[in-house]
Design a binder for this molecule. Sequence first.
Ligand code: GLU
Length: 476
Amino acid sequence: MAQHVSFFDQVNRNFERAAALTSHPRGLLDTIKNCNSVYHFTFPLERDNGHVEVIHAWRAEHSHHKLPTKGGIRYSLDVSEDEVMALAALMTYKCAVVDAPFGGAKGGIRIDSNAYNKHELERITRRYTFELVKKNFIGPGIDVPAPDFGTGAREMAWIVDTYTALANDKLEGAACVTGKPIAQGGIRGREEATGRGVAFVTREVCSVEADMTSLGLSKGIRGKRVIVQGLGNVGSYTATFLQEMEATIVGLLEFDGALYDPKGLDAAAIVKQWRDQPRREKSIHKLVLPESVQKLSNAAEGLELECDILIPAALENQITAANAPRIQARIIVEGANGPVTSDASEMLDQRGVLVVPDHYANAGGVLVSYFEWLKNLAHVRFGRMERRFEEQAYQRILNSIGARTGKSFTEDEMKALAHGADEADLVKSGLEDTMGPAYHNLRKIRAEKKVDLRTAAFIEAIDKIAICYQDLGIFP
Ligand code: GLU
């Protein structure tokens, strides 16, 4: 029987595989690898029905090599100390790969968010924030949470409200958490950022002809058969953006089943229906779908269906040594954190499957969180000062071209061409500009060191973090 390896140990196995290929001293590697601090606390919750429950909650700060630390807060029954430590470590490496200047952190509360009503969730979230404030585990320059599995903008609004009520640094208070609603200091494009980033990464991977040829695929995202696991924040946007890029979404998987159509599903329409279903009554079997769509009640089998690209965008440990041999995809893009175990990753690599690792593939979320944090500290919306100026400059250029050529532009052409960038444009552009080039960097390391992409991404992260410690002069 396969030995159980904890999630944090799996992250560390991947770390060690890469560390062995670097020349950093052991002490430095251990300094990077270990989790700096973990805070586990419990508090009572009085339910609306009068019962009292004890809630278990954590926040782990994996690395303080850069401050603040950064990472989401998840609400799930699977939350444990091991899980938050593993996820905090992944945040450290993720931030390093995409140059978001943060250490890694992660928080979690062990609850099924669907089992509580809004008022109970608000009490839980505010009490959690209060505990973090008391222990100095939150603040714009200390540790900045964000949404994760089971949380969203609403929870972030409760967090910022509680924090600013308690904290002394009111001026910078909004920067204590990211993923907030726009009116609370959020940024346009944050909600869809992780999914959009995963879609950019997938497109970039498919753009390299040599890699596609060796995988037996053609170049380009167009027509690639994609299966996405998870219709939550990451999966739903990933599928929608990939459909816009003309990929064929052949499969969509959720907790209670799978949808499959080799001719392609209408991902955008399915996502819309899924979102419209009430939170506690969601079921893939209640969706109204064309007859050609096959429905499977075993969600896990969906991972093994025929496709070119598989995007697990739900939770960790989905592809293990047990089902890895049956995976038919040629490319796996990790939308979730840790969906492929380290054993499975090795097996897939040996079979020639290209696994694009989580701490690069899903880094779009934290990258846009970085933009939100900057916006909050600057107290100004991106594009506010220059958008109109840019627009007028383009108009002058177009008018001058018109005057010289004698062919003036129509009003519609003017509108389309002379468009000054607003916040949403800039966020999208910043995301695209980071995710694309980062891939080519990792490919280069992969080729030089003859390793898989995950190991290459770990080498990249370790080298970048090591620089911060080398300057201290304590390591030879
Ligand atoms: N929870 C997201 C992640 O795992 C985002 C973290 C953040 O924005 O700080 O990457």
